[in-house]
Design a protein around this ligand. Structure first.
Ligand code: SF4
Length: 109
């Protein structure tokens, strides 16, 4: 169960959501549980939307996570600047921010 605020998730998003898939993998691997369904519960609308994950889907997500972890370990983790940067705790040390600041200082954009 993932409690949310903001725009409610629909069934399609719930079926595809990576975060819920990661929770399902963690439930299996850490607690030895096999969740029958994964649910977004919107606290503002009191709506619950649930979806299941089969082994095929969870194996695909596991492979994606392992690939991302390997890229991070290899230093292949380029920053992706966007509107979300204003909420980021790492902005002061972000290479994209430093490059943008350097470009601004030299008159580039
Ligand atoms: S400031 Fe850098 S690390 Fe933070 S969200 Fe933006 S691109 Fe990502």
């Amino acid at each position: 169960m993932d409690y949310k605020t903001g725009k409610p998730k629909d069934e399609d998003k719930t079926k595809k959501d990576l975060q819920l898939s990661v929770y399902a993998l963690a439930a299996r691997e850490v607690f030895d549980w096999n969740p029958a369904r994964l649910t977004f519960y919107n606290l503002q609308t009191n709506q619950a939307v649930s979806a299941a994950r089969d082994d095929k889907k969870l194996n695909k997500v596991r492979a994606e996570i392992q690939e991302a972890a390997a890229d991070i370990r290899a230093g292949k983790f380029p920053p992706k600047p966007g509107f979300w940067c204003k909420y980021c705790d790492y902005e002061s040390i972000c290479p994209a921010r430093e490059q943008g600041a350097a470009a601004s200082a030299s008159g580039e954009e």
